[in-house]
Design a protein around this ligand. Structure first.
Ligand SMILES: C[S@@+](CC[C@H](N)C(=O)[O-])C[C@H]1O[C@@H](n2cnc3c(N)ncnc32)[C@H](O)[C@@H]1O
Length: 255
């Protein structure tokens, strides 16, 4: 696969990825996602095809399937694909999945998709600016003419401006254990490889605690730069809800 640590990083963290979501009402999360893109999803033609290109734990792809949409889930990480399969199976909502990086998409699909999602702050895992451009071009190539690409991302302008060093969760329960997790941000400037360490404190009983560390690499980017990068790939911005003070923003693009 691509020369990218991220595949290994997500493979090793996959079990703990679900800990990050513990305590969330998954159905509510699914509904929020569907409501956010309601108009776009309503415009899908009959038998329209949708790709979730970084399906992770499967929350967005499963929400789409639950709403009767013909969806395929892909992800660079085999273990994250396993999470998608588990979540969709637990919900009796099966759909096809395949372990594929963004770069590999054009070798596996034609310009087949009416909508391509790249959700949950995934595109920042591109290795650098050039890799991000190539990844967006891959998403472009598997989108139909006139089709849409949806990218949502953490607001790196805000993160870098505030220079937040760490954030810590409340106590979370996942299966039979309790956890507290801390994100430690090792941020470089825009377009420079950075990482976040995620430390899980696992509390098994009153006497025993374990610290389990993971690291995820990413490349933060400036909103305005990102928009011009998307334009350079031939994409037209249809919707962009970026605001400097919001933690996340979402962009809908047309091919
Ligand atoms: C932050 S998670 C988001 C997962 C899910 N969409 C969510 O919202 O929880 C980022 C996902 O992007 C995937 N990913 C990272 N780099 C990728 C690449 N080059 N191609 C495809 N998927 C990639 C990771 O394996 C991971 O599942």
């Amino acid at each position: 696969m691509d020369n990218n640590n991220v595949e290994k990083q997500y493979n090793s963290m996959s079990h703990f990825y679900n800990v990050l979501y513990s305590g969330c009402d998954m159905k509510e999360y699914e509904n929020t996602f569907i409501n956010e893109y309601e108009d776009l999803l309503n415009s899908l033609p009959v038998n329209g095809k949708v790709l979730d290109s970084s399906c992770g734990n499967g929350i967005q792809a499963t929400a789409l399937k639950r709403n009767g949409i013909n969806v395929i889930g892909t992800d660079i990480s085999e273990e994250m694909i396993n999470l998608t399969q588990q979540y969709s199976k637990d919900n009796n909502l099966l759909f096809p999945t395949k372990q594929l990086s963004w770069q590999q998409l054009p070798n596996n699909f034609g310009d087949d998709f009416d909508i391509v999602f790249c959700c949950g702050n995934s595109i920042c895992h591109s290795i650098d600016k050039e890799d991000m451009l190539n990844n967006i071009k891959s998403l472009y190539r598997v989108t139909k003419n006139g089709g849409k690409i949806v990218i949502d991302t953490r607001n790196w302008d805000k993160v870098i401006k505030e220079n937040i060093r760490f954030t810590t969760s409340d106590v979370k329960k996942y299966i039979d254990k309790k956890y507290v997790f801390t994100y430690i941000w090792n941020l470089n400037s825009f377009d420079e490889r950075s990482n976040v360490e995620i430390l899980f404190i696992e509390i098994t009983n009153d006497k025993e605690t374990k610290c389990i560390p993971f690291k995820l690499d990413f490349t933060p980017f400036k909103h305005d730069e990102f928009i011009s990068r998307l334009r350079d790939c031939g994409l037209k911005t249809v919707k962009d809800n970026f605001q400097l003070n919001n933690d996340m923003y979402s962009i809908i693009l047309e091919k």
